[in-house]
Structure formats: structure tokens, C-alpha cells
Design a protein around this ligand. Structure first.
Ligand code: HEM
Ligand code: HEM
Length: 546
């Protein structure tokens, strides 16, 4: 038997503060101190574009907060009722309970209309935030190893987010949302073989049936946000685990992170930014009407509202359908509606192209290394060109999705717009790609010039013999580093086509394509050589330097 001679710490140092006792009690059960100690001082680099992910996070939080409030008053039911609320023009009109309850939220619930509008505006900003955040990650190459999986998590969040928005704006069962749901039913029906079954599962029988609002409701408030929340947590854990990327600069390497500690500086900034985002969205929602369902009226399958537009993120798929010729093939007693089915395939394909880009890029370039320093978009012209082409395609199709509004606002015929978008679908991305690539190369040349000759100061001097020159100011060391820090990898080399005996080497077609793509990515037409140390020394040591 042993006896302890240790005195409890409370008797040694006097009684413990109640706060300390609570902290110790909690820590003994949750182990938070150790977790906090190892993570709270984590360093976060600073750049304005790193706030885009935060905008997504905060708008998602606002969506959950306002969404919960809406569930308290929204009735996800398609049972018929007669409206007798305060909005006089609709009194006595038959409508679903879903529509009536959204009218109730808008006109009778205290703060209801504001919360509805905050919910809807946050949804628009949330998805816009995700696209801009995704493009920042894309253009700077932040998706490269080890962040490819996190890129996929993010991409899935965007994909699900679009459908979360779609199920949301379908809930009020007004004429506009009904028109959108009808459109979706048509798209689902065009799927060969399983289309009819899919439509029956989705709508619980014939369209519109009595069930789609409850089905969409479960998806909207439970299933999709649940999956999104899980993905989001995984996304943020991975951001923490990998540590954040940073732009090249003084003292920044592939092996360190230069910035501010997570606690207290980053948390204080992030907390303030949350309220800023909430404030801006609340201000927009308070002054700008969104989705005024009372002007649309309840959904009736025999009516369509004029100027029907989906929310902006779905305008892209709407554009595809609107400009697609109405092709149909009939075979063995079945009709394949290509006019709808092709857009249904193109929509995810275009999105998938961006999802798989990290894998495609590392395969083409043979780059298997880890990257924590970001690229400047100009130094990767092919990637930047592709990203711009993708965005321009998106915008072109958005114009197609709003062809009726463009026609009425700019006094154009629908035919003109449809044909412009059809041609634009093929031409605009290609043109944007080449223009962007040229701009990037131009910027690379300018960087090279700045390193070798300094910055143009705008000061003109006249030399004794009469010549006018502009004084160039040399760059400081940090600027020189930023302009020259990027590696310039060489394209893949597949070796000579014939071996030393003159016999043709067997090179697979795939390897040839890969080498060609790699030349396109890193070849002489895609990067302007950085100034070498010798070039720099020669110019700055005397002659040639103004
Ligand atoms: C990423 C998340 C979300 C997005 C993008 C989103 C989007 C939308 C949109 C666009 C509407 C139509 C609003 C309108 O009437 O003008 C809506 C309605 C609704 N949302 Fe969400 N939502 C999200 C999350 C949630 C969550 C988490 C809940 C509940 C916990 C929720 C509950 C509701 C309800 C009850 C409605 C119907 C009421 C109404 O239309 O006013 N939402 N949602
Ligand atoms: C619900 C939506 C999303 C939220 C809340 C979110 C949040 C964040 C946050 C807070 C960061 C760190 C700060 C920053 O770099 O901005 C981040 C980083 C990142 N996100 Fe997202 N994100 C979302 C969607 C996406 C999407 C759509 C993609 C791409 C398809 C993506 C890919 C990434 C990647 C690769 C990083 C690491 C970047 C780096 O370390 O530089 N995220 N995300």
C-alpha cells in the first residue's frame, strides 16, 4: 500500500477561481485545451482573395439561420386552400398551402418578408461566392497537390448548392417556381429508358401531383444541407490540415506559412467579417425586392408567367435548352428528345470539365510535387485561358437563358439572340482562350522588362547631346523576387522518334497526345523565359540601363 504525500494544488496555491474549475472540468471530459493549444496559434496568410471562402461560409450560415426561421411558418403541403389573407388581389383565389403559407410569411409574420428576402439574397450570393472562390483557387493553382481532394469537396458543394437553391425556390409553389419545376420534369423525362420512372419518383406520380413540395422540402431542409454541412466541415478540416497556400513574397517558401495566428487575430477579423457580410446581405434584402410571389400568383399547370427566369446559377442550363434546336429521333416506338437531352448532358459535362482539371493538369505536365506557393495567373497562360473560356461560356449561356428579356430590353428578335448564342457557344470560348493567352504572355514580357530595366518612372530627361530618355527606377528586392519566383517547368520529352539503330521507337498515341498537350502548356509559346542572373547582372552593371 502506498500513501501519497502530494498536497492538492488548491491547498498549495489557495482556492481555485470558479472559472478555472469549470475550464478544468470541461477539459477533463473534452480535451479541448490540447486541441486548442495545437491549433489556435496556426498561422494564416493574408490576401484579400482568401476572404472569398469566408463569404461562402458566412452566407451558408445565414442560410441555415434564416431557413430555420422559415420552417416555423412554411407548410410543405399541396393541399388546396382558398386565400383570405390581407393581400386583396388574391383573396378568394384557390392555391396550395405551400403558396398560402409563403404569403402568410410575407405579409403577416413579423419580420417574415425580411427573413425570406435575406434567405433568397444569401442563396444568390452564396453560389456567386462559391464560383468566384473556385475561380480564385483555379487561377492561382491552389488545387494542386495536396489539395486536389479538397477541390473535389468544394466542387461537390457547388454542384449540390445549385440544386439546394433550385429546390428552395420551387417550394413556394408560385407560378414562377412551378414553371421551373415543369421545365425540370421535361428534362428528366427526356432521359432515355429511365426518364418516366425518375419523373414518377420525383413527383410522386403524374406532374405536378400532390407530393413534390413535401419531397423537395425534405431534400431542401434536411438531405442536401446535411450533406453540404458534412462536406463543408471536411473542407475546412482539410484547409487546416494542409495549411493555407500563399503568394510568393519576402520570406515565403514552399515549406513555411507567413501570416497571422488563427487566434486571436484571424478569429477577430473573421468574426467582424461575418457581421459585415450579414449586414450587407440584410441591407440588400431590406431595400431590393426578390421573388415577389404575390405578383406571380399560384402555380397552375395551364399558365406560364411572362419573363420567367430561374435564379442566375440555373440560367446556364436554361440557356442551353433555349438555344438548342428541337431535334427528335423516333425509333422502335420511342421518341428521343435530343433537343432537351443534349443540354441535359452538356450541363454537367461542362461542370465536370472543371472538376477534373487538377488531375488532367498534373497528368499533362507530369507534375507530382507538392505546391504551397500560388501561381500568378499570367505565368500559367493555358490554365488561365481555359478558366476564362469556361467563364465566358457560362456568361454566353446566361444570355441564352434570358433571351426573352434581352429581346424586350434591347429590341432584338429572339431569332437573332438564339443564333448569336448558338454561334457564341462554339466561338466565344475559343476566342477568349486565345485572347487571354496573348494577354498573359504580354504581361509576362512586361514583368521581364521590369526586372531588367526597372519601372518606368514617367520622368523624361534630356541628355547633354540632346537625346531624351525616360528614367527607369530599379525594383526593390521584394518586387524582383515576386516577379521571378515562379518555376518555369519544361514540357515532357518523349525522346527521339527513332533509336540509335535508326529503328522507329514505339510510342503510344496517348503518350504522343500527352507530350503535345505538355508542349502547349509549358512550351515556348506559353512562357516567356525569365531573365537569367547573367542577363540581370549585365544590364544592371552599366550599359543599357537607363
Ligand atoms: C445552401 C443552403 C440553402 C439555399 C441555397 C437555399 C435557397 C432557398 C431559396 C432560393 C428559397 C426560395 C425563397 C423565396 O421564397 O424567395 C428557399 C426557401 C426556403 N428555404 Fe432555403 N436554402 C438553403 C438552406 C435552407 C435551410 C438549411 C433551411 C431550413 C433549415 C431552409 C428552409 C427553407 C424554407 C422553409 C423555404 C420556403 C419558404 C420560402 O420560400 O420563403 N433553406 N431556400
Ligand atoms: C460551401 C462552399 C465553400 C466554403 C464555405 C468554402 C470555404 C473555404 C475557406 C474558408 C477556405 C480558406 C480561405 C480561402 O482560401 O478562401 C477555402 C479554401 C479552399 N477551397 Fe473552399 N469553400 C467552398 C467551396 C469551394 C469550392 C466550390 C471549391 C472549388 C471547386 C473550393 C476549393 C477550395 C480549395 C482548393 C481551398 C484551399 C485553398 C488554399 O489553401 O489556397 N471551395 N474554402
Amino acid at each position: 500500500m502506498t500513501t501519497s504525500t502530494e498536497t492538492p494544488s488548491s491547498t498549495r496555491r489557495g482556492p481555485k477561481h470558479p472559472g478555472q474549475r469549470v475550464a478544468e472540468w470541461t477539459d477533463a471530459r473534452l480535451g479541448l485545451y490540447k486541441l486548442g493549444k495545437s491549433n489556435l496559434r496556426k498561422i494564416f496568410p493574408d490576401h484579400w482573395s482568401f476572404m472569398l471562402g469566408e463569404i461562402c461560409l458566412y452566407s451558408f450560415t445565414i442560410l441555415i439561420l434564416t431557413g430555420v426561421y422559415l420552417t416555423l411558418f412554411f407548410h410543405p403541403s399541396m393541399s388546396e386552400t382558398v386565400y383570405n389573407g390581407p393581400y386583396a388581389p388574391l383573396q378568394g383565389v384557390r392555391m396550395s398551402e405551400a403558396y398560402a403559407s409563403t404569403m402568410h410569411i410575407s405579409f403577416e409574420v413579423r419580420g417574415g418578408l425580411l427573413i425570406r428576402q435575406i434567405h433568397h439574397w444569401s442563396a444568390l450570393i452564396f453560389i456567386a461566392g462559391m464560383i468566384v472562390h473556385m475561380m480564385r483557387v483555379f487561377f492561382t493553382g491552389a488545387f494542386r497537390k495536396p489539395r486536389e481532394l479538397n477541390w473535389l469537396f468544394g466542387w461537390t458543394l457547388l454542384f449540390i448548392g445549385m440544386f439546394e437553391g433550385f429546390t428552395g425556390y420551387s417550394l413556394p409553389d408560385d407560378l414562377l417556381s412551378g414553371t421551373g419545376v415543369r421545365f425540370t420534369e421535361g428534362a428528366v423525362l427526356s432521359t432515355p429508358i429511365v426518364g418516366t420512372y425518375l419523373s414518377m419518383f420525383l413527383f410522386g406520380g403524374e406532374f405536378p401531383g400532390h407530393n413534390f413540395v413535401p419531397i423537395f422540402y425534405s431534400a431542401h431542409i434536411l438531405l442536401l444541407p446535411g450533406i453540404m454541412a458534412a462536406l463543408l466541415v471536411a473542407h475546412l478540416i482539410l484547409v487546416f490540415y494542409h495549411k493555407h497556400t500563399q503568394f510568393a513574397g519576402a520570406g515565403k517558401t514552399e515549406k513555411n506559412v507567413v501570416g497571422m495566428p488563427f487566434f486571436p487575430i484571424y478569429t477577430a477579423k473573421a468574426g467582424g467579417f461575418f457581421f459585415l457580410v450579414f449586414g450587407v446581405i440584410a441591407a440588400i434584402a431590406a431595400i431590393a425586392t426578390i421573388n415577389p410571389i404575390w405578383t406571380m400568383g399560384p402555380y397552375r399547370p395551364d399558365q406560364v408567367s411572362t419573363g420567367a427566369q430561374p435564379d442566375w446559377y440555373m440560367g446556364f442550363s436554361e440557356g442551353l435548352i433555349r438555344v438548342m434546336p428541337g431535334w427528335e429521333i423516333s425509333a422502335w416506338g420511342h421518341t428521343l428528345v435530343l433537343g432537351v437531352f443534349i443540354p441535359l448532358i452538356v450541363f454537367p459535362t461542362v461542370l465536370i470539365a472543371i472538376a477534373v482539371w487538377p488531375f488532367l493538369e498534373s497528368w499533362v505536365t507530369g507534375d507530382r510535387g507538392e505546391h504551397h506557393l500560388l501561381d500568378r495567373p499570367r505565368n500559367r497562360p493555358v490554365r488561365t485561358g481555359f478558366g476564362v473560356a469556361w467563364l465566358m461560356l457560362y456568361f454566353t449561356l446566361l444570355i441564352g437563358g434570358g433571351n426573352d428579356l434581352w429581346a424586350t430590353h434591347f429590341h432584338l428578335s429572339i431569332e437573332t439572340i438564339t443564333w448569336s448564342v448558338r454561334i457564341g457557344f462554339f466561338v466565344v470560348p475559343v476566342l477568349s482562350y486565345f485572347v487571354t493567352k496573348r494577354i498573359c504572355l504580354g504581361l509576362q514580357r512586361r514583368d521581364r522588362d521590369k526586372v531588367l530595366h526597372g519601372r518606368e518612372s514617367g520622368i523624361i530627361k534630356r541628355l547633354p547631346h540632346g537625346e531624351f530618355i525616360e528614367v527607369h527606377e530599379p525594383l526593390d528586392q521584394t518586387e524582383l523576387h515576386i516577379l521571378t519566383a515562379h518555376p518555369q517547368p519544361q514540357p515532357l520529352d518523349i525522346g527521339p522518334e527513332v533509336d540509335e539503330n535508326g529503328v522507329e521507337r514505339k510510342v503510344s498515341a496517348v503518350t504522343k497526345v500527352r507530350a503535345r498537350l505538355s508542349r502547349n502548356f509549358y512550351g515556348e509559346h506559353s512562357q516567356i523565359p525569365k531573365p537569367t542572373v547573367e542577363e540581370y547582372d549585365e544590364i544592371t552593371s552599366g550599359h543599357g540601363h537607363h
